[in-house]
Each structure stands twice: as structure tokens, then as C-alpha cells.
Design a protein around this ligand. Sequence first.
Ligand SMILES: *Cc1c(COP(=O)(O)O)cnc(C)c1O
Length: 402
Amino acid sequence: MAYEIESSFATRAIHVGEPIDQTNGAVEPSITLSTNFSTDPESVGFSADSLNAETPYFYARWSTPTVRALEEKLADLEGGEDALCFASGMSAITCLLLGTLQTGDHLLLSDVCYAGLAEFAHHTLPRYGIEVTTADFSDLEAVRNTIRSNTKIVWAETPANPILRLTDIQALHQIVQNTRAELVVDSTMATPFATRPLELGADYVVHSLTKYINGHGDALGGVVVGRQHKLAQLRQQTLVHHGGALSPFNAWLIRRGVHTLDLRMQRHEANALHVARWLEAHPAIRQVMYPGLPSHPQHDLARAQMRNFSGMLTFQTREEGAVVARRFYEKLKTITYAVSLGKQRSLVWYIPTKEIIASSFHLTGAALESYRAFAGDGIFRVSIGLESPVDICSDLEQALSA
Ligand SMILES: *Cc1c(COP(=O)(O)O)cnc(C)c1O
């Protein structure tokens, strides 16, 4: 990366990839929307095979200056050699998997992870002859016993969406490093402000930029951060041909979101801690799960691995969840009943255990019991926003008791 000065996270989040424009003095960067670039006929050919560092811009599906600047910033914040952006988190995930795995390979996936990835892994990858098995990644012995000689990728997500179960990245790396597999960590819920998986031994870190990194709920995006030569291959072999390029306009919005990531995460955490404590003391609530609470079964790991506990929590109500969900949808005002997470507005979404197990996670027997023991039956996933925590609690109060 061009930026050599050792500086703090907040400073780098603002400055990396965004020098003052040398042509016109603009302090904030302009968006380059052009889909094609004028190039020397000898420097680059028509095929993606001719991609080269000397001629980075050719056609916008390959790379654009605005997206490239965001990639430099994200690589820096994660402490990675390079980064590669995609049109969404799912595009980053599927391109990394399809660009790395081939027929006969085995993927070992956390049995709880982003539902879109779980469904892709269970339904699509086997059609290409890729074996997929899952394990409880909070139980590293289980992971060790599930790795095979053909395991090519071990895929962790911490905290795992939606139940906020953690994985010890460093301990997992100790296991994976003695195998032929590479370790991927989806760190969307933690953000680079809280956890830097590459420093703990991961080979790749993946984010949905749609969530905390953009932080304002108005742009989809995804990123893979890792070694430079691996990402160059991934750009050439998957991004260019699968076509999920990040729009420069979204990249521009996301880089603006990154400027306040540090401030926002501190406020998300403070708000979430306030609401989590309030919920824990509320008679209508059966259980609260927040990595920042001492009652979280992995609170010690959270303290060791997360510099910030982020803004996600889950709870269970004593009353039937589906009934409360209906009332939340009708009565909540500060909080919005909607999916997604990591934005300025607080969001809540009800996840019935039976449905997510059947549609996404495909858990049976002991694995299902362990999911139920951790998460309970039917959880409300809350993305605590940046509003006043007092207002968030009074909104919950009026909707819980209505
Ligand atoms: C949302 C999410 C994704 C998918 O990202 P999109 O930008 O919605 O495609 C992947 N992983 C996690 C943990 C997520 O929360």
C-alpha cells in the first residue's frame, strides 16, 4: 500500500486511498463512473488473462479508480496485503468459494453462519462435486475431527449471524495450519475496528460492506482481504467473469461510511450494552445474548478477541415469539421491524428456530440440540442503531407491554 506512515485506525480510516486530487485540488475524491478506459494497445489485450498491474483500468468490471481506492483502504484497516471488492457480501463469498474450490474438494463450514452462505453451500456447491460438511465452530475438537485430507477451506464466522456464537480464531488457526486447508473468517459482525482475523492467522477475511462498514443502509457491497497474489487470481478468474463488480457509486458511499466506523462502533457498543442490560432485567424477557455481557457463554473469548463488542444482540421473550413479532411490526416506532444490520437505525427481526433450521442450516440430532441449547427457540435479532439508548428502551417497553 502507498500509505507507509504508522498511524491510528481512525486516521487511516479517513486518509488511506484518498489523497488530495492532484489535478484540481479537490479535497474529497470525485467518483469515476466511466465503464471503459483509454489504454495503450500494447499494454493490455481483450482477455482477462492480460490483466496487469501497469494498466489497472481497462473495463469497469475489472477495476475502477473509485473501487480501487476503497480496496486500498480496506486492506489497510484489516492489515492485509490487498483487498478485492464485489457487488455484495454474497458475491464476495461465492466468488471466493468458486474461485478456490473444485470438484472433489471439501468445504468445512460453521453450522451457524449467514443464511445465504448456508443455503449456497448446501444447495449449490454439491452440484459441482464439492463436498460440504458443517461443525459447531465453538467446539474446536469437533472442527479438528471433521477436517479431511481433501478439506480445502475452513470457513468461520464470528460472531455468527444470527445467534452471536463466537469462534476462537487463533485456536482455529492452530488446527488449520497443520492441514492443506485455508482459513476464511467472515468478520462482518465484528468489523476491523473490533477484530483483525488476518493477524490471528486467517488466510482471508470477508465482509458484507452493506452492514457496519458502510453503516448507513444505503449501499450493497462485499470484500475479500488477503494475500496479493491470491486476490489477483481471484480478480482475473472470478470477479471479471462472474461479473459481480462493485458500482463506483456504492464504493464512494461506502468509503464515506468508513470515515466514521470507529466513532459509530463505539456508539453501537455503548447503546447495545445499555439495551442488553435493560432487557436482561425485564420480566418479559427470557434470555439475552450479547458478547459484551458477562452472561454470554463466551464472554471471556469476546473480551480477548474483540476490541469492541459491536451492536448486535438477540433475545427471547416469555410470550410466544410470533405474537410479539406481530406486535413489534405494528407498534415499534424508533426501532424498525426489518432485516439487515449495522446501520444508524435500530432494526429487529424475529427468527423462528424451526424455520431457519429447515431452510438454511439443515441441523439434526446433536447439532440441532446444541443450536437450541445456545440460541433457544425463536430469537429476536436486534441491530442496535445510533439513536438514544433511552429511546430504544422506551420503544421496546411500549411494544413489549402493549
Ligand atoms: C449480510 C451478511 C452477508 C451477505 O452480505 P450481502 O451484502 O447482503 O450480500 C454475509 N455475511 C454476513 C455475516 C452478513 O451479515
